[in-house]
Structure formats: C-alpha cells, structure tokens
Design a protein. Structure first.
Length: 655
C-alpha cells in the first residue's frame, strides 16, 4: 500500500478562506470532525436524537431513538415518531419560502430548461397525490415509477410519499422483462410512466416497453402517462390515463398522510449474488435523516447553493441526493436529462456554468470518459461556482481523481469520493470538504454514526490497527440503513446480517492504510459493476440460459478502462442450438435485463471449468481473460483440466 498514500491533498485554501469566498464550511477542521464523530459513536442516541429534531419536522415527536439491532434485523429508529416525507421535503420550505427554486430541469436538448419553485412543487405534488387517491391507492400500496429524467419523476416520488404509498422506481434503461419482474414482485397497482424519453438525442420508447411488461402483470389497474415528447404512442383506455388530464381535475392541495417513522418510504430493486433482484426497503424518518445530514455535511451545502447530481433517479444516488437529501434540506437540485457528451463533450461544463452549480456529483466512468476525450472540452467554461466535486459508484483510480481535481476543480475544490450502497441509504465513508485532507483513490474516513470494521474474510475476526486488508462490515446500525428485503426478511438476514454475526456485511473488500484511511477495493461477491451499474453474474447467466440454444453460461467482470468493469460471458450451446450466434445472445441479455447489461464479449466454448461437485469456477475464467493463465491457482478441484487450453485458445483468438 506504500504508493497509495504518498500523495495527500490538504483541504483547499479556498474552502477555508471564508472571508474571500464565503461560506465557511459546516465542519472546518479535522479536530471538529473527530469530536463530532466520536460523539456519534460513543453516544449515538444523543447524537441522532438531537439531529432528528433539528433536521426533520415531526407531526408527533419520538421518545425512543433506537430499538432493535443486527441479531434479528429488527432495527427501528425513532419508533414512536410520526411525520410525512413530502411535508418535510416540500411543505415546510414552501411555507417559509415559496419562491425559492426547488428544481432546475436541464432537458436533453440544450436550451430546453425550466425551474420549479417550492410553492409550485407543493401544488404539483398535491394535484398528483389527489389523483392517486382517486384511484383508491392507499398507504402501504406500491406504485411503480418508470420515468425519464424529468421533474415530474420527482413529483411522482413525492406524491406517493404524501399518501404513504411505497414507490418502486425502476431505472428506465431496464427492459420490459426486468420491469415486469419488479412490478410483479412488488404487486404494484399503478405504473407512472411517460410516452417517450429523450437521451443523448435518441428517443426511448418508454410507453411501449411498459405495455410489453404489463402483458403479465395482473395487479396493475392503471398506467399514468406523462407527455414528455407528445408523439403518438399506443394508449389503452380505460387502463391508461394521461397525466395532464388527470391532474387538471384535481385540487392543488392534498393533506399529507402522517405515517410512523418506520413505515416504508420506498423500495428499490438491486442486484446481489443470486439471480433474483432484491427489493431493498427503506423506511421514512431514518432514511430522510441520513439523506439530509449527508447532503449537508458531505456536500457542504449552504443556502443559495445549486446541487448538481448527474445520476439517474432510477438508482439510489438519484433517490437520495437529487430528490430526498436535497429537498429535505431545502436545497436547489438539478434534474439533468442528457449525457456528458451530448451534443458535445462540454455538456456538463456548460450546465455547471449556466446554472452556477456549486456541488457537482458524478461517477468515475464519466470522469474517465471525459478525461480521455481531453481537457480542451472543459476549458473556456466558467466553473468558478464549483466548491465541491464528488464521485460515486465504484472505486475511482488516482489518475481520474487527479484529472477531476485539476482540470474540473482547478485545484480549488474539495473532491469527495463517496462510498455507499443502495442498502446503506446514504453516504457512509467520505471526506468532508472543509475538514478531511484527501488521498486520490481513497474514500478516506467514516461518516458520523458509521463504525467500519475490517474482518478477515475466512476467520471472521476483526483486524485491528492500520495497514490491514479484509472485508468491510459495520458494527452499529445507522439511521438510513435498509430495514428488510420486500417480502423476504430471511433474505435480508442471510445477505447482510448473518454472514458475520453482529455486523452489517457490505460485500466489499477494503484496506485501511497507515493513516486509518479506507480504500474500497470493490465487490468480493458475484456482483459486477459496469459504469456504476450493479449487475449480478447470476442475473446475466439466467438471461443467457433463457435462450433456447444455450446449455450453460458463466458471466464474469473484466476490468475496463472506461466503464470500470465490463461483462464477459462463456456459453456452451445445446446440440440443437449449435447454430446460435453471439449476436442473438447479446440481444437476449438486452431483452432480459437492459442494454446496459449487454456482455462486451461472449465466448462460445465446448465446456465450462467446473469443480467435481459441478460449481462453475469463475475465478479460472477471470484469470484466463486477464491473460494470467500462468496464475490459475489451485486447480485440484477442477473436474476436467483438459478444458483449460481450449478456453485459453478461444480467448486468445478473440482478443
Ligand atoms: C461500489 C451506489 C468504491 C461498491 C451508491 C458498493 C464504490 C456498490 C463507491 C454499491 C466508491 C459505490 N468507491 N466503490 N466511492 N461507491 N461503490 O448499490 O462496490 O448501486 O458496494 O450504490 O458500488 O452500488 P449501489
């Protein structure tokens, strides 16, 4: 690890020199961080109890801060408390400051933009919530949201939250089959969608995909369709309803349904080591508190700032930072519909300059892509509004970090490499802009209330001290952690709480260097991370095996310069499928999951390397693809070693 921590970047002068460029950071020294961190770990109840009162509006106050724990997964934060998430994200700010901009929309085509104030948002959310009520949707029902990146998607989130309806957002890049599975698992009664989406100048036929998915979704009673492009799309009355017609009928105020702190706020499906995606369930108060407090401290958000997160609302980053963190804290958030390179690779920087974005948040894959295209695309744009630039989704390599810092941040911004997961709800390891010196490639130190521990993966023993490597677990519950897997609490226990008793297990490998900084190594389970999108090998394999001609499939993650990892798959064909072409198999994965999951390479092989008990040895495949066939490791359990030279030949031929 010696090379890793050779370079330390101090907190940028500009952040500490509040006289020249206000504001003063919320936390402005390492000592201040340490003091607050210590309190959060030693006295979590006092720490979180006070913050929950400061950052959230309660309709009924709580008495207990935390009950339950990791043994049964019966964690409850603020259990007697009652509140409403949309009241916290909209009403209280609209009442205090109705003209403040809540949302800035930047459409796919430059020039197509608009803003929504908190006052307008309150009315928009009220109208939609009243429409939802008119379909007899009630607290505890689930609604699927399959929407492009338009402000109406946020209105849909909040209208559900207003009534205690559990939203289940499905990223609009998922295929009809993937959407169908998620609607069925959650028994959603309504789908909120759009006619079409626009991204990077291309049209996405969203409504058609929904229609395809709904062929096998008996629970869905209605489809509410927002007109994004106005094109002619299939429309099935009385099931389908137009958004604009429906809200026109409604009163713009809808009283919020006050819910318990632990009532569900939303479901978000994510991939794990096994085939079926899991509906990760987040509850109301703890999640909101985690979102708002990390928004405040990790992004050092101050009044008047404009927060620009480039993620899609279909992923947890969009949920927590574009929507809940930003709005719960009363901030101004950007909804960006396009891509970093449309119409040119300057798009991000035009958007930053135009809207005077102060905090900019994106993924390493976008940073690597823009770095490759050259710094000339960044130059000439006024990026002086930026104070904090963030990264999320996968480990960021030091070269990309340095480029981001120098070319985008001009050496004057805090770079925050934020580590977290769908399941953690909000950021758990990250620098704080005014307090933590950074090291390129390290997510640095734990956030308040997060107690990271490194375990030896085999013995499960805690590795104390610095300079250790192992798997990352957390020792104490924190407010925004997921509470269960929808309709499958045993799966929650088995995945997160049982692998190492007494801890929450992340599934990530990690190192702690000599200074106590954390370095996330990536997944140690069968999860592949492509451009920050989480995919499971099992999901890809089951999509492939669904093809008639396929006998068996093994998917692996292979490192890739831009996307971090890429999917490669090894496939054996059935005798009657011998004419199957690679093209068809790629299509098969696009159909089963979505285009973003398509394997970069598929090798058709006569057999897969298996143990004598029939388990596929993916480790061997990974080594073969990485060109490390001389380091295949222990092959004593391999059933048929003669397959190895065939695999090596096949891979060499195709590379
Ligand atoms: C990875 C995204 C290194 C990690 C918010 C984690 C990261 C998975 C980082 C969760 C980071 C996320 N450095 N790795 N800063 N951020 N990851 O659920 O492997 O889509 O377990 O949540 O992404 O992905 P998810």
């Amino acid at each position: 690890m010696s090379t890793e921590h050779s370079k330390i970047h101090p907190v940028p002068e500009r952040l500490l020199d509040a006289k020249k460029v206000p504001p003063k950071p919320h936390i402005d020294s390492f000592e201040a961080y340490q003091k607050m961190y210590r309190k959060s770990i030693m006295e979590p109840e006092a720490f979180w109890g006070q913050l929950a009162k400061e950052l959230l509006h309660w309709h009924k106050p709580f008495e207990t801060v935390l009950s339950g724990g990791f043994d049964y997964g019966d964690i409850a934060w603020f259990p007697e408390g009652e509140l409403n998430a949309s009241y916290n994200c909209v009403d209280r700010h609209a009442l205090a400051n109705p003209d403040k901009v809540a949302i800035i929309y930047e459409g796919d085509e430059p020039g197509n933009d608009r803003t929504i104030t908190y006052g307008e948002l309150l009315r928009d959310v009220g109208r939609l919530a009243n429409a939802l009520k008119s379909y007899r949707l009630r607290k505890g029902d689930t609604v699927a949201i399959y929407m492009p990146m338009v402000p109406e998607a946020i209105i849909a989130f909040l209208a559900c939250a207003r009534l205690g309806i559990i939203h289940s957002v499905v990223f609009a890049g998922f295929s009809a089959e993937a959407l169908r599975d998620r609607i069925r698992d959650a028994s959603s009664k309504l789908v909120i969608t759009a006619d079409e989406g626009r991204r990077g100048g291309k049209t996405i036929h969203i409504k058609k995909i929904v229609d395809e998915a709904l062929k096998e979704c008996p629970t869905v009673e209605h489809v509410l369709v927002y007109q994004r492009t106005g094109s002619d799309v299939p429309f099935k009355s009385p099931r389908d309803l137009w958004w604009h017609e429906e809200i026109e009928k409604q009163r713009p105020y809808c009283p919020p349904e006050i819910v318990n702190s632990e009532d569900a706020l939303f479901l978000l499906y994510t991939s794990g080591s096994t085939g079926k995606p899991k509906g990760i369930l987040h509850t109301t108060a703890g999640y909101l508190l985690g979102a708002a407090i990390t928004f405040k401290y990790v992004f050092d958000y101050h009044e008047g700032d404009v927060f620009g997160c480039m993620a899609d609302i279909g992923w947890i980053t969009g949920h927590t930072y574009i929507v809940y963190g930003s709005l719960c804290y009363g901030g101004t958030t950007v909804v960006f519909e396009s891509t970093p390179i449309y119409p040119t690779p300057s798009r991000y920087w035009e958007v930053v300059a135009k809207h005077k974005i102060t905090q900019f948040y994106t993924a390493p894959t976008a940073i690597r892509l823009l770095r490759r295209l050259g710094h000339q695309h960044v130059e000439g744009h006024d990026l002086s509004s930026l104070r904090v630039i963030g990264s999320v989704g996968e480990p960021i390599n030091p070269e990309a970090w340095e480029w981001y810092n120098e070319v985008v941040g001009k050496g004057k911004c805090a770079v925050v490499d934020t580590y977290w997961q769908t399941e953690t709800g909000s950021i758990v390891i990250s620098p704080l802009p005014g307090a933590i010196p950074t090291k390129p490639g390290s997510a640095t130190v734990p956030f308040f209330g997060v107690d990271p521990v490194i375990l030896d993966p085999t013995s499960g023993e805690e590795l104390h001290g610095n300079g250790v490597e192992g798997v990352l677990v957390f020792k104490q519950p924190w407010p925004s952690m997921a509470r269960t897997v929808y309709n499958n609490h045993n799966r929650y226990l088995d995945t997160y709480l049982k692998p190492y008793k007494g801890y929450y297990y992340t599934g990530d490998g990690v190192g702690r260097d000599e200074d106590g900084y954390y370095w996330i190594r990536g997944r140690v389970d069968d999860v592949i991370n492509v451009s920050g999108h989480r995919l499971s090998t099992a999901e890809i394999e089951s999509a492939l095996v669904a093809h008639d001609g396929v006998a068996e499939a093994a998917a692996i993650g292979v490192s890739h310069e831009i996307t971090g990892q890429a999917v490669h798959a090894f496939v054996t064909l059935k005798a009657r499928g011998e004419n199957t072409e690679v093209k068809e198999l790629v299509l098969q994965v696009q159909k089963g999951i979505g285009t973003f999951a398509a394997p970069k390479k598929i090798y058709l092989v006569p057999d897969l390397p298996k143990t004598r008990s029939g388990k596929i040895m993916r480790r061997v495949l990974r080594k073969v693809v990485a060109g490390e066939s001389d380091q295949l490791g222990d092959l004593s359990t391999l059933a048929d070693p003669s397959i190895i030279p065939t695999l090596i030949n096949k891979v060499n031929q195709e590379q």
